[in-house]
Every structure is written in structure tokens, then in C-alpha cells.
Design a protein around this ligand. Structure first.
Ligand code: 13P
Length: 292
């Protein structure tokens, strides 16, 4: 089937108390691996690319590959642009066929974040594309930010409600204590804050920094209203480690069709594990109820 907007997928997830894994991919094999995982578990899927990957591969190549994967697949798949602060690039990705985009203006003031997000919502709405925005500031790529000491970075529940009202954004990523990258200890998730935000905001919420969050914490986040979990670093490590193992055992290997095989398999298994954690297995048809 054709790529679908992530809006109905995520509304169905929030309404039914599960979460959808959104996996960052950087190569064709990574994209194929996460699609195979979704197909095998009959799970809805969000494929993501970062701005860096768009620059590396091209939005058109990525959208073409995701479209082929989706056309061949029996499960609903959305293609999402992760963390983008460049309006023109967002438009380029929508034109290329992305069905979901994130405008990240969280480093600006609240008013400017509202202004930029509303502008993207207007463009995306015409194309039937989902928009995600961020409030507060999710910790950096390195796991250096101890969130308890950086309360100012957390999303404020009242502001979240105001933000959704002013922008009309369909999905919201509030900073609640997770961070991008691998955690050194356990993540310090502010569950009360998720509860307070979810009480005020009925759009699906997005959990960033999904790598390394223990299963029981993921489940708690989902039970409180998180409907999308972004996972990037962990999958990249699994994929790369499998390639390193091939070369450690056989330094002469020079056929990508061979050394990519174990990497693809390990990535598929890792994605399946996250889907089970998210509770999205067997949920491929739920979104139909939420199509307009
Ligand atoms: P991780 O790299 O920690 O999995 O975070 C992914 C993410 O949130 C992308 O937006």
C-alpha cells in the first residue's frame, strides 16, 4: 500500500494504549530490515531519516525506497523527517513524498517555535502530511545532560497545551528527561510530567531518545500517553557491530551483499524487540478507524 501519514497511525496508538517504533535508517539495507520486522510482526511502522541522512542520500532516493517498501508491504508505513529546523528542506521532503515531518524550533523562544511550527502545519496540512514539533529541549547527542539539574529544559504542561492550540500540530515531542544517544546510567524520566502533559494535550506524544530505555520505563511512558518512540543510536550500533564482526572474522571480505546480511538480520531482530516493547505487534489495521 502507499505510504500513509503518521497521524492516523499515532492516533490509533494513543487511543489503544500502545506506541509505534520510529526507526532512523541510513542505508537501503537498514530500511529493508525495519520493514521486514514490521511485516513479520504485523506492526505499523514509521521509518525516519535525519537531515544528515537526507543530505547523504537525497530526499528523493529515500522517499522512492520507502515508497517501494510500502507498496510491497501489507502493514501501514509512514516516512518521517526527524529533527529539521530548515523550512525549505521540510518542503523539499514533502514534495519528495515524505508523509510526516518534524519541525524542530525548540531552540527558539516559545513564540518563535509557535510561529515556525504553525507555518509548517499550514504547508503540511495541504499535503496530508503529519507534523511533529518539540517543546522544551531533549538532551544532546551525547548523554551528558543530567536532566534533574536542567529543569529549564523540560517541557511545561501548560505551555504544551497552549502550543498545540496555537499551532494545530498533530504530534508533540515534549522534553521529559530522555536524551539522544546511549545513557550512561538509567534515564531520569519525569513520569509525572508526562502524566500532566497528557492530561492537557490529546494529540499523540513522542518519546525521543529511545535507545537504551529499559522496557518497564518504555511501558510506563506508553501507558501515560507516549504513542511514538524514536530509536536511532542503538540500531546504528547493532548494524555496525554486525559488519565489524564479519570483517574481524574475514578481513578479506569485499562483497557488500555478503557483509550486509548479518547486519540486516541483527537490525531486524532489534527492531522487532522494540516493536514488542512498544506493544505495536498485530496492530497493523488499527489506523483505518482513524482515517478521515
Ligand atoms: P536515540 O539515538 O537515543 O535512539 O534517539 C533517537 C531520537 O530521538 C531521534 O529523534
Amino acid at each position: 500500500m502507499a505510504l500513509v501519514s503518521s497521524t492516523p497511525l499515532l492516533r490509533a496508538a494513543r487511543a489503544n494504549g500502545y506506541c509505534i517504533g520510529a526507526f532512523n535508517v541510513h542505508t537501503l539495507e537498514m530500511l529493508q530490515a525495519v520493514v521486514e520486522a514490521a511485516e513479520e510482526l504485523q506492526s505499523p511502522l514509521i521509518i525516519q531519516s535525519t537531515v544528515g541522512t537526507v543530505k547523504h542520500l537525497g530526499a528523493d532516493y529515500i522517499a522512492a525506497a520507502a515508497t517501494v517498501a510500502s507498496n510491497r508491504s501489507s502493514v501501514p508505513i509512514a516516512l518521517h523527517l526527524d529533527h529539521c529546523s530548515d523550512f525549505d528542506l521540510i518542503v523539499q521532503c514533502i514534495r519528495a513524498g515524505y508523509s510526516s515531518v518534524m519541525i524542530d524550533a525548540s531552540h527558539h523562544s516559545f513564540a518563535e517555535n509557535v510561529r515556525q511550527t504553525a507555518k509548517v502545519v499550514e504547508v503540511a496540512r495541504a499535503a496530508g502530511v503529519n507534523v511533529e514539533a518539540e517543546l522544551g529541549k531533549v538532551g544532546g547527542v551525547e548523554d551528558e545532560i543530567v536532566v534533574a539539574e536542567n529543569e529549564a529544559l523540560m517541557a511545561d504542561p501548560g505551555e504544551c497545551a497552549e502550543f498545540v492550540r496555537l499551532t494545530g500540530v498533530a504530534t508533540l515531542a515534549p522534553a521529559i528527561g530522555t536524551a539522544h544517544g546511549i545513557y550512561k546510567g538509567e534515564p531520569k524520566i519525569d513520569f509525572d510530567r508526562i502524566r500532566a502533559i497528557a492530561a492537557k494535550v490529546d494529540v499523540p506524544l513522542v518519546l525521543h531518545g529511545g535507545s537504551g530505555i529499559p522496557e518497564e520505563q518504555v511501558k510506563r511512558c506508553v501507558s501515560l500517553g507516549m504513542a511514538k518512540m524514536n530509536v536511532a543510536t542503538e540500531l546504528r550500533i547493532v548494524f555496525s557491530d554486525a559488519i565489524k564482526e564479519v570483517f574481524a572474522a574475514n578481513p578479506e571480505e569485499n562483497d557488500p551483499r555478503k557483509y550486509m546480511v548479518p547486519a540486516k538480520k541483527q537490525l531486524k531482530l532489534a527492531a522487532m524487540e522494540k516493536m514488542r516493547m512498544c506493544g505495536s505487534t498485530g496492530r497493523a489495521d488499527d489506523y483505518r478507524t482513524w482515517l478521515k
